[in-house]
Design a protein around this ligand. Structure first.
Ligand code: SF4
Length: 246
């Protein structure tokens, strides 16, 4: 049987903005990590490794009611901290990182979370992804957060061929306008959670199907009748720019 001829797509540089424009109204609000200030965000991001944001959001209210400063975390009883964060998984290493990180905040930054990328990545348990989330959402510094969704979608959409998150970040920074960096990452994350699923992308329901070369997507997932509006089930009251690491 003859295959339908594939449409020739514009280069990534010309598709990035239209893709962002299509996704923007679909994901006006972001379901991310609840937090109040940079310290809470830093702790929440550490907890979100290998854990959903929704689960982290059930843990943090009790956690921040018990510990609300870097010094309080730095001087806490590690066993108590472990118990409080246990539902997030990997709780022993996360507790160790949170306490060590907060000890560094007290010793080197007066108990405050720094805003510089180099300072942030020098903290225990804080990598470039976490640092970009904190800079973007706590300090309003433009940044592209490359998590598993952003990496996967960027490759499927043909916006980059790289697997390395830093290379993906730099490639996206070249083709997405700087004021949109933070929002673009958030939109890709939401789209990856709701439509462009890791195992079975729902291309037939995808609003950017006609802009997507579907790199690496099996033919059975590709059948598309063109763009459709996919309504985002956003949480009531969620902030449009709340962060996520998933
Ligand atoms: S068309 Fe398919 S592969 Fe491309 S973004 Fe949409 S769901 Fe993902």
């Amino acid at each position: 049987m003859d295959e339908k001829p594939r449409l020739r797509l514009a280069p990534a540089r010309e598709r990035a903005v239209p893709i962002n424009d299509r996704l923007a109204p679909l994901y006006p609000r972001f379901e991310g990590l609840d937090h109040d200030g940079p310290l809470q965000l830093l702790v929440a991001v550490v907890l979100s490794a290998q854990c959903t944001d929704a689960r982290v959001n059930t843990i943090t209210p009790g956690l921040f009611a018990r510990f609300n400063t870097a010094r309080a975390f730095a001087e806490c009883d590690i066993k108590e901290l472990e118990q409080l964060i246990k539902p997030s998984g990997y709780y022993k290493s996360k507790a160790k990182n949170i306490r060590a990180c907060c000890a560094q905040l007290v010793a080197r930054f007066g108990g405050e979370v720094p805003s510089g990328l180099d300072d942030l990545v020098s903290l225990p348990g804080v990598g470039r992804k976490t640092a970009n989330v904190i800079r973007g959402h706590a300090f309003a510094t433009p940044g592209i957060t490359v998590d598993t969704h952003v990496g996967r979608l960027s490759r499927r959409l043909g916006l980059t061929r790289h697997n390395d998150p830093v290379k993906v970040e730099l490639a996206l920074a070249e083709i997405v306008p700087e004021p949109e960096w933070l929002h673009f990452s958030g939109r890709l994350i939401m789209h990856g959670r709701k439509v462009c699923l890791a195992r079975k992308p729902r291309c037939a329901d995808c609003a950017v199907a006609d802009l997507c070369p579907k790199v690496g997507v099996p033919p059975t997932s590709r059948t598309s009748t063109g763009p459709k509006v996919v309504k985002s089930k956003t949480a009531k009251g969620a902030r449009p720019d709340a962060p996520s690491s998933h």
